[in-house]
Design a protein around this ligand. Structure first.
Ligand SMILES: NC(=O)c1ccc[n+]([C@@H]2O[C@H](COP(=O)([O-])OP(=O)(O)OC[C@H]3O[C@@H](n4cnc5c(N)ncnc54)[C@H](OP(=O)(O)O)[C@@H]3O)[C@@H](O)[C@H]2O)c1
Length: 277
């Protein structure tokens, strides 16, 4: 049987561990070397993935077919520059990062050495690698970058259950903001609601019940009816006097929450009026 293409991981946190594990377990890629900020975390990542040699310096990395720069967004450009600087004689490979907001061009120092660059943003909340491994199948994944790199990544991601599509580099900030609204803000809204319930004297033992019923029903309604169909509340009813008084009360409790209440109420009114934003 032909040897699998090899994958090096630079950064192996929630996303690196999840994809590394899936590629390894499903016989798509052979995870080869893993570099993080410490040998201990690299070793733990390799153990989770079920393969890979923990290395502690860039110079310790061997040539590979694919390189996944799975570090936090703010570290991607510096990691690519350091990689290009460390071993410019590695044969050109396909290198990609996982940021939804930043373009593949963050990897320009490697592109200048002839590497093929891309970004692959999987639209999943990778809360923990254990959960993400279970939830990954069916995840949409936005590809962007050089055509040969996209063509190489598409089957690799498809083999572990991703549904790939392409996004333009110039649209990535807005594209990713959509995921922030759709996923990341939901826990923030829930935390705000729970703080306000506590502040207004709702018995703490009722909070889990409120969370379980309201949140679940809201999600079920959006799934069944779409966002406009599921919308309720004072702004949707056009009760602007109440919206204003309530916004002021929230602002006295917490200025940022008050500003969010006002902005979201305006959007809610628009959604109720026009059926869309
Ligand atoms: N989390 C999500 O839900 C999600 C979803 C889609 C896309 N993404 C994208 O996936 C990428 C990684 O995010 P993540 O959530 O997996 O981050 P993470 O859990 O914080 O993991 C980051 C990894 O990078 C390592 N690292 C940090 N600086 C490094 C450096 N200079 N050199 C080598 N390794 C370094 C960390 O090492 P240690 O293990 O030693 O700390 C860790 O292994 C980001 O581009 C992010 O935007 C995240």
């Amino acid at each position: 049987m032909a040897a699998l293409p090899t994958l090096n991981l630079v950064g192996a946190g929630r996303v690196g561990k999840t994809l590394g594990h899936l590629w390894q377990a499903q016989g798509v890629l052979q995870v080869q070397d893993v570099l993080t900020t410490s040998p201990a975390s690299a070793g733990a990542a390799a153990a989770f993935i079920g393969a890979g040699r923990a290395v502690d310096t860039l110079a310790g990395l061997r040539a590979a077919d694919y390189w996944f720069i799975a570090v936090p967004d703010r570290q991607i450009a510096a990691s690519a520059a350091a990689l290009a600087q460390a071993r410019p004689t590695w044969p050109p490979a396909t290198v990609f990062h996982a940021s939804g907001a930043l373009p593949a061009a963050e990897l320009a120092p490697l592109q200048a050495l002839g590497w093929r660059i891309a970004s692959a943003h999987c639209i999943l909340s990778f809360a923990t690698p254990v959960a993400a491994v279970q939830q990954f199948a069916g995840t949409p994944c936005a590809l962007e970058g050089e055509a040969p790199a996209i063509a190489a990544l598409r089957p690799l991601l498809g083999a572990i259950g991703a549904h790939c599509f392409t996004v333009q580099a110039a649209q990535k900030l807005l594209y990713h903001a959509a995921a922030v609204f759709g996923t990341n803000f939901l826990p923030v809204l829930q935390a705000t609601a729970e703080s306000l319930w506590q502040h207004s004297g709702v018995p703490p033992e009722l909070l889990p019940r409120l969370r379980a019923t309201l949140l679940r029903h809201a999600v079920d309604n959006v799934l069944a009816l779409g966002p406009a169909g599921a919308l309720t509340g004072p702004a949707a009813r056009g009760d602007s006097a109440l919206v204003q008084r309530q916004g002021q009360a929230v602002a006295q409790w917490n200025g940022s929450a008050g500003a969010a209440y006002a902005a979201l109420s305006e959007l809610a009114g628009q959604l109720a009026r026009d059926g869309k934003l």
